[in-house]
Ligand binder design. Sequence first.
Ligand SMILES: Cc1cc2nc3c(=O)[nH]c(=O)nc-3n(C[C@H](O)[C@H](O)[C@H](O)COP(=O)(O)OP(=O)(O)OC[C@H]3O[C@@H](n4cnc5c(N)ncnc54)[C@H](O)[C@@H]3O)c2cc1C
Ligand SMILES: Cc1cc2nc3c(=O)[nH]c(=O)nc-3n(C[C@H](O)[C@H](O)[C@H](O)COP(=O)(O)O)c2cc1C
Length: 492
Amino acid sequence: MLDKDQQQLLQSLLDRLTPEQKIWLAGYVQGLTGRLPDAAGAAVASNKPEVHIFYATETGNSKALSLSLMKALKGAGFKAKNNPVNRLKASDIPKNGFSIFLASTHGEGDPPESAVKFFESVRGAADGSLSGLQFATLGLGDKSYQIFCGAATDLEKELIRLGGTAFQEIALFDVDYAAHTPKWVSQTVDALNTIVGDTGPSTAASSFVEAPTVRTGKGYTRLEPVAGQIKHIVNLNDIDSNKQTYHIEIAYEDEVAYSCGDAAGIILPLDADGKEQTPRLYSIASSPSVHENEVHLTVALSTYKKEDGSIGYGVCSKYLADMKEGDALQFYIHQNQMFRLPPDDTDIIMIGPGTGVAPFRSFVYERSERSASGRNWLFFGDQHAHCDFLYQAEWQEHLATDTLHKIDLAFSRDYDHKVYVQHKMKERAKELVDWIEGGARIYVCGAKDPMSHDVEKTLIEIISEQKSLSPDAAADYLADMAEADRYLKDVY
Ligand SMILES: Cc1cc2nc3c(=O)[nH]c(=O)nc-3n(C[C@H](O)[C@H](O)[C@H](O)COP(=O)(O)OP(=O)(O)OC[C@H]3O[C@@H](n4cnc5c(N)ncnc54)[C@H](O)[C@@H]3O)c2cc1C
Ligand SMILES: Cc1cc2nc3c(=O)[nH]c(=O)nc-3n(C[C@H](O)[C@H](O)[C@H](O)COP(=O)(O)O)c2cc1C
């Protein structure tokens, strides 16, 4: 369409523009011509191959970025598909096409929980079984952890072992990833354009849309924390409990917004050697609408027995437990796009024993403030009813005002046999499935192991029994729910 001189002129201008200037220019040209970029993109779309984007995410950053990449690819005329790796097997990866993998790292260098099976399948696949595949990998991580971007790095190595060819170098980004990803998206689209022989100007930057829900800037990463002050701190357990769980209210003045489902990252003071140690995350237990300029946390003091028999304490929970009203600390908001409230008219089932109850305090306050018509059902458990019923008075108040509609309690050590939340779920099997079939979302928060695994096993059993499905079909039913954002976990 452009002659050689025009192409050179345009290219030399584009080379000098920042991503933001390219976005402005795209809008300017659109304004002049009145044509939308999708329409322009569609003109070349049919000539370009399909690009498969696969993401492995825990808290939603990789998913949001994959959506932006998909838009940019479509804007550049590629057919692009975007899927989580949750149910993907190595053998499902298209061998003769382009695939782009976005993977975050969690735990201690591990893939996200929902991606574990995919990683196992890739590790178990035969050498050379994906020869022909052309791929690119992007890793999201945090340099304060020992194994930076371990999941993406492993995946890249495995895909090469399977015979794939990386069409561009792996990109690994730290918590300030949002500052770098627009350029990465442009480069990726340019690289694909070069491979398919499209030498025209890239439309990637003009199509790049930052996912709207991801907040960036001061207060949203450990690199730029905000100052908080302890407003209130109280031990929620009674005197003869085996535990100490602190309700901590932190007041702050900065403009930092959070959503129900987010966590707060607590920055620890430098250690004795003057080193920064890793921030610890705590689910936010307050509601942004009700508790303005405050974050509330529910912190279990973690303990262990030292070799000499004395009690040792976890670093951060001890730091927080020792706080007094008026003390200063630093924190940031760790967003979790994968653990959000549903529309107000949707019922929710919240399963959160121990400190897993924290986000559900946030959920119920928020829905109460919004007069949400959806019903709220809580499963809570701990050791003893008389001393470990966290936020008992608040739940009773919510029940009395119809802002909590059902509560089922499992106090494991109050009987001659252990009773956990999953046992209470079994007792309520029929009603649980009725809620699920009526569109309810299920949320699970708290200990990953064994709680979340036992809860999942129980959900599959309940669905299988109540709906007369085989265990495999029931597991698929739950996996479908997860894919539709109706079965959500925040476990640690
Ligand atoms: C998304 C997310 C949300 C979370 N939400 C919450 C929440 O709402 N409430 C909550 O309480 N926690 C929550 N956590 C867990 C929290 O982040 C911390 O991991 C927890 O408080 C322990 O941190 P710590 O610094 O006290 O212990 P660490 O010092 O990190 O120690 C870790 C564990 O090892 C034990 N330990 C330490 N040193 C030794 C040693 N020498 N020998 C043997 N054992 C040892 C400690 O007792 C502790 O159990 C969450 C975690 C995540 C990832
Ligand atoms: C509990 C937890 C553990 C993490 N462990 C690691 C790690 O071991 N290595 C790393 O590079 N990043 C680690 N991260 C950082 C995440 O990979 C990073 O926040 C990323 O942006 C998350 O992307 P996602 O929302 O797509 O999951 C961890 C984050 C959390 C919350």
